[in-house]
Design a protein. Sequence first.
Lengths: 129, 557
Amino acid sequence: MTEKLLRILYVEDEPDIQMVAKLSLESIGGFIVKACSSGDEAIQSAVEFEPQLILLDVMMPGMDGPTTLKRLREIPQIATIPVIFMTAKVQPEEIKQYKNLGAINVIAKPFDPMTLTAEIEESWEHYND
Amino acid sequence: MTNSAVEFEEKMRILVTSFAEKLPAKINEIELMWNQLQVERDTDTLEALHRQVHGLTGSGKTFGFPELSIVARELEQLLKGMVQNNSSADEQLTDQIQQRISALKIASKESRTDISQKMIQSPIADNLVTVFTNDSRLIFVVDDDEEAAEELVLQLSYYGYEVEAFNQLDTFRAAINKMPNAIVLIGVEFHEDKLAGIKVMREIQKDREHPVQVIFISAYDNLNYRLGAVRVGGSAYFTKPINSSELIDHLDSITLQQEQESYRVLIVDDSSAVLGYHAAVLEQAGMTVKKVLKPMEVMETLLEFDPDIILMDIYMPECSGIELAKVIRQLNNFVSIPIVYLSSENDFNTQLEAMSLGGDDFLVKPIDPHQLVSAVTMRVRRTRLLRSFMVRDGLTSLFNHTSIKEQLGREVVRSARLNTPLSFAMIDIDFFKKVNDTYGHSAGDRVIKSMSRLLKQRLRGTDIIGRYGGEEFAVILMDTDAPSAAKVIDEIRHVFSRLLHLSENEEFSVTFSCGIADLSHFPDEKSISEAADKALYQAKKKGRNQVVINSDSGGED
């Protein structure tokens, strides 16, 4: 049986986007969301928050999404937590590349705040199938 | 609307407003950085500019500025080239970039008016209430072969379509501009031009935001024609002589958005306030809800209401939700029904135990209304799909023998209780074996499908139609006594007898016989179905192609 998705660690540098996504995930999805504004912050909060899923923006200043993923994978407690990338680049080969890095899905930006939750739920179910 | 939905929208609106307010400053900054780059080339500035634009690409549409996302993406592509090649912009590129920056300014103002509109639409109800996207069943047949056009018009009208024939392209052109929702069935070749049909459609589709639905007919099966048809939006291509069964299938798939029955939810909760609240949330999303306050009353409701899903409280007097789920699971009809517990139980172990004893999921109260609706929707959708494989006939997707009998039992009980009429009709295609022997089995299958399609189109949504056996069909007509049912079925009989079926270029027609019985003479499932069967036998004996009512409650022939 699929474990219910509840705790999401969300990494996004753009404050507007971060707020909308957080609101959408909390209000529509009923998730518990920990939002981080940088890869560094995510690495610091990950262990304590115990996320079931990590939502990672690709293009961030400083440490970008893929690098953040690599660093997160080095933390034993986080190493196996599924990751979804969010990106405005949605070329098929780029998606493939992100999936090769271990992402279970890639969500295209701009996203629709009304359906973001459904997209994530779907990825989660698919991952757990 | 529920409180949390209002709250969500309120917060959303604040975020959107704040985004919109900051937008001019952001675009200003983009312009400044770009101007600075004109004066002095600097990698850091270029990268910052690229990032800023990228941010707009990824956010505009989310906040109700779709145009902004599009323009920003174009600008981003232009800048990306510069970043990668580490080059300066030539005159042409500079122009393009300037142009996009101006476009950004416009886009940031344009969409603002309808943001609030976009965000206010409730996400819940829209998905669930069935919408007929194309309620028009109007069809334009365009062919300069008048006879062929007339024949097509006739055949289509039997299936409940409103059809108009055009032999001249000019009159057709004028008509479609007035009624762009009509479905166009047009020939490829006309006297004046071998490709006139395709050409006229190209011209009609050119400036349309929503293309006209078009199907092409031709005497030739050639790739060039087919390509031309596809390029102007043709959804199908039929060669003459037209297989009308396939044509109707295709038309139906375009027009007949099968009306889905609303989701049926049974809620068991001993607190009437909580019960009422959850029921209201689900009803608002278009579902049919049955509320049960006393767990001991679940059984009787269960059989009659036939829910798609059961939501129940865990802690209730008399018996717990967990026990109740166990009992329900022991009933044959409900082995696979989803059961979801609603409880303030936060303890993970209790949840696990509850689920191992027959529940499927656990929602912790207070439950967010969106979450409740989406949890229920997801499960019902899946269950219905699975169930459709078990209860539907493969060829016609009507109910199969077992499930139509089950439904008859249920509807008889319900009608008897409500004291409303109900009729049961058995239909059998005449000399069907001969059809198979003469024209082949695939022609026979098409006749069966035609019959099924006609019943679906001509009967009401509340009538229940099943394929009883090979060439035998059964219909349960609610709120209808035998004479009224006979009238309806007789009309269908009349239409059916005039349908032309096609086999190997030979056309033939078929008839059916029907026997009807109603609840006022035969008050239970067994007797009503036997009586309808006897009446069908009578209809066959009297010479077929007719409808016979059994009103002899004595049960003799």
